[in-house]
Design a binder for this molecule. Structure first.
Ligand SMILES: Cc1cc2nc3c(=O)[nH]c(=O)nc-3n(C[C@H](O)[C@H](O)[C@H](O)COP(=O)(O)OP(=O)(O)OC[C@H]3O[C@@H](n4cnc5c(N)ncnc54)[C@H](O)[C@@H]3O)c2cc1C
Length: 664
């Protein structure tokens, strides 16, 4: 590394950021101090360095004062490092002759005392001035983008993203774990707040997916391995057998009638066990693909090998049924990925005081979605497990949400779907309905009006968290009823309300396999377990892994309109990458000094991005620059010091440390 002494001309720019920084850091004093540091030719304070005039200052000074290194003391590099590097580039300087000092998070926001905040800012700037002198010119490199896209999850998010991309002429692989696409929305009868029929708006999109020439749909499939990097992902997909060939099946469903199980005996997962199905079945009437699936766990042929195989006979000349089918593996190459793996609902059995699983007439909201559905287990009749029609119903809000003992977050959709279910149950049964709520949250378009509609329908609202649900005990007039005990926080006393049916509005939580998916795609999860976006405001559908985007409830609970909007945004981000044709990769990557590499391979096992390979012929490690994320793990682990990293060279770091410690 060259010793830059003598040739270095540094410009330092200190930002007020309104009062964000200036309230706790004396920015003018900081600029004056920076001017006194060695090699600093220009030092300025400015209100908003990220603004056009702020960037202009840098560009002009580079030309007028022949500056060859720049330090900006302002906010987080996450926000504006790119802005300032671009300013250097436009000003004619290599963008990596730059260092950014975060005096907002590291000085102003963590100090209340201005003198202390200013001192810390001075220390940080002094260190940056020493460091930047050793920066070298670096170049970005370009990686070509494969135009195909992988969408994981075929709920409304995945469906919308896949169709948007396919309509734009891109080839999409849509991988769905279940036997059909549709996700949770396929289970609903109506959707809030408009009460439009869920199937009427969802099933045309499901059929469009199946028919689209640009979409390859793989159901009963899961991603098992992902290699590569943005623009060039190599993905393995395991396809479980359906035992009915999708290309040969005509969808006549005669095999279902022919099955030796004359009675459906297997609890139907799509209806949460509220009805039964046969071992060969179709998940629901509008399922896509419209092809039966055989369940090997319950099919007699799989269990004993002694079935008459009447399904195969019924299929006749088509020969679509193949009970000997085996799993297959597909290997695909894609440039970008959209994760749309959705959510699961909170397990109501975790709060035993609400009686789910103990009292048959306590239901979850999803079960009631199936009960009110015309294609559900009761044909749309709301009938209790004991055969009665409920005359009184209690809907308990926030089950597993907004609770220190379960999940602290608000699941965003439960208030609205509880109002929807209250309306639908009343419409189907005429029952008296009680909603037990903590707060009613209706902040969407048309939501407040929907709440008002429910009030006009004389649905009761009682403010208070339900303490417990028990069976009736002494009063014969309450025979067969469930008793809800709640502290009515508006009236100020504890109430007992006997009802025929209890509906638990269970919250939304990350899927049980979210961590597995996170690991596969090398992304992060937030503290609550949902996939983490790159920036909550400025990059809400991107992840920290380039080319991997998020859509729908896998990122956080949200309703269908927000899910669709996010899926469209994710598709647009993928399209933007594909149409650009390439991405520029940052040069802050690791590299091997081959002359001192001992070939011990320690770096290979340490690299979390599988970016390092071993060249057997020369017995040295080599870093794939496109895969390397610049985390520095290999640099620290390398016993000979052969592993180096651009922008984190030893001399740069030592100078920075010296700068901090030397109190000038
Ligand atoms: C009871 C209830 C009622 C609701 N009612 C309404 C309403 O009326 N209006 C409204 O706007 N919103 C409503 N919502 C919210 C709505 O369900 C969500 O907004 C919507 O389902 C989110 O869609 P999604 O595609 O993100 O997730 P999901 O619907 O969960 O779909 C995810 C899909 O990904 C698949 N998948 C998961 N993991 C993998 C994997 N590893 N590989 C491949 N595939 C995978 C799943 O099988 C599923 O098909 C309700 C929610 C609940 C719980």
């Amino acid at each position: 590394m060259p010793d830059p002494n003598g040739s270095v001309r540094i410009g330092v720019y200190s930002c007020h950021c309104g009062t964000n920084i200036a309230a706790t850091v004396d920015v003018q004093a900081l600029a004056e101090y920076a001017a006194s540091l060695p090699n600093v030719v220009v030092s300025r304070a400015y209100k908003y360095m990220c603004s056009e005039p702020g960037q202009d200052l840098i560009r002009q000074d580079i030309r007028e004062h022949q500056l060859n290194r720049i330090v900006v003391a302002s906010c987080s590099p996450h926000l504006h490092e790119h802005t300032f590097r671009t300013a250097l580039k436009v000003g004619g300087l290599n963008p990596y002759f730059f260092h950014m000092v975060n005096i907002r998070e590291q000085a102003s926001w963590v100090h209340t005392d201005k003198a202390q905040g200013t001192k810390k800012a001075k220390d940080l700037v002094r260190a940056a001035v020493r460091r930047v002198a050793w920066h070298e010119a670096l170049e970005t490199s370009r990686v070509a983008i494969h135009p195909d896209v992988l969408v994981v999850g075929g709920g409304i998010a995945g469906i919308h993203a896949a169709l948007t991309l396919a309509n734009a002429g891109k080839h999409v692989y849509l991988v769905e774990k279940d036997a059909t696409i549709g996700g949770h929305m396929a289970k609903f009868d109506k959707t809030f707040p408009t009460l439009d029929c869920a199937a009427c708006i969802l099933t045309p999109k499901m059929s469009a997916v199946r028919a689209h020439p640009n979409i390859t749909l793989w159901t009963l499939s899961e991603v098992t391995r992902v290699d590569g990097y943005v623009g060039n992902y190599k993905v393995s997909v395991l396809r479980h057998p359906r035992y009915v060939d999708e290309d040969l099946c005509a969808g006549c469903l005669e095999c279902l009638d022919a099955c030796v199980y004359k009675q459906a005996k297997v609890p139907d997962a799509f209806n949460f066990g509220l009805s039964n199905r046969k071992p060969i079945y179709i998940p629901f009437p509008q399922a896509v693909p419209q092809v039966p699936v055989v369940d090997p766990e319950t099919c007699i042929q799989f269990k004993s090998g002694k079935c008459k195989k009447t399904c195969i006979e019924a299929c006749g000349e088509r020969h679509a049924i193949n009970l000997a089918a085996q799993p297959t593996e597909e290997r695909i190459e894609v440039g970008t990925v959209i994760l749309a793996t959705g959510f699961q609902t909170f397990d109501a059995a975790r709060v035993p005081y609400y009686g789910y699983g103990t009292y048959p007439n306590v239901y979850t909201a999803l079960e009631v979605e199936r009960l009110v559905n015309a294609s559900g287990p009761t044909g749309g009749e709301v009938i209790l497990r004991d055969g009665r029609k409920p005359l009184t119903v209690g809907i308990v809000h926030c089950v597993g949400s907004r609770d220190e003992n379960t999940h602290r977050w608000c699941s965003r959709v439960c208030c609205m779907y509880s109002l929807k279910l209250a309306h639908l149950i009343k419409e189907h049964t005429g029952a008296e309905i009680f909603n037990f709520y903590i707060d009613i949250r209706t902040p969407g378009k048309g939501f407040e009006e929907f709440y008002q509609k429910l009030l006009n329908e004389r649905v009761h609202f009682i403010r208070g968290r339900v303490a417990e649900v028990t069976e009736w005990e002494l009063d014969p007039s309450e025979a067969g009823k469930l008793v809800i005990r709640v502290e009515d926080t508006l009236a100020g006393f504890v109430r007992r309300i006997p009802v025929d049916m209890v509906v638990l509005a269970t919250g939304l939580e990350p899927r049980a396999d979210a961590q597995e998916v996170r690991r596969l795609f090398n992304i992060s999860c937030g503290a609550e377990g949902f996939f983490l976006e790159r920036h909550p405001k400025l990059a809400p559908v991107s992840t920290f892994t380039e080319g991997v985007f998020l859509a729908g409830c896998c990122q956080a609970p949200k309703d269908i309109p927000d899910t669709v909007a996010q899926a469209g945004a994710a598709a647009a981000e993928a399209l933007a990458l594909i149409d650009a044709g390439y991405v520029e990769t940052e040069p802050n990557t690791a590299h091997v000094m081959e002359e001192i590499c001992g070939g011990c391979k320690t770096c290979i096992s340490m690299c979390p991005y599988h970016a390092i390979s071993f060249l057997g012929e020369i017995h040295k490690s080599r870093v794939n620059q496109a895969l390397c994320k610049g985390c520095g793990t290999c640099v620290v682990a390398c016993p000979t010091g052969a592993m180096r990293q651009n922008l984190f060279e030893d001399q740069e770091i030592f100078e920075e440390i010296e700068g901090i410690l030397t109190n000038a």
